[in-house]
Design a protein. Sequence first.
Length: 216
Amino acid sequence: MNTPNHSRGFTLLELLLSLALTALLLGLLSAGTYSVVNEWQRDTSSLDRKLDETLVLLQLERALLAAFPHSYLDMERLARVVYFQGDEHELRFVSAVSPRRSAGLTAWRLVSDTQEGLVLALTPALSDDPNARFETLDLQTLLPGYAAQFRYLWQRSPEEKVWLDTWDGAERRALPRAVQVMLTPQDATGDAERLDLVVPIKSYQHPQIEPVQGAF
């Protein structure tokens, strides 16, 4: 005796429900994946920015540690003067370290630009005043998004040290004992932090030019 076959297919309502549940699960999965990817991208961007900032600080530290009391003949003074010019927002000096492949003394120009951040120009330190060559060079962005401020340590006496806002190597005939670089984020609403760098300068004195120790 044959038994009746009671098997049947899915109804239209069941198919619609399964499709709706599948779409909902795919939507939740896509939203979760999108959130994870965005978070990963934010973390990666933050890590890349911090790595770039660290490399710039190391580069500046190496250059200032190797600052050199480079001298040239000043025709107006009819004397040899030391090249180092600094104020609160710009610094020009000569270093034995260069980020370029070419060896030799290199003149650095660091400028705090209100639009670009910390910008840089480099030129070989020849036997003349590098300022004329700097005027023909374009400034390259070194650290975007930061305003820089420079200060200079002067040892007035063995017991007294003073931080100055300006330094003229031609007048003082020497380099400062140290340079402080303060980098402040230009966007106060971002997550960037202030960066401070204090670098001592060992070769602050020219061996043949006596530093001026008068009042500042």
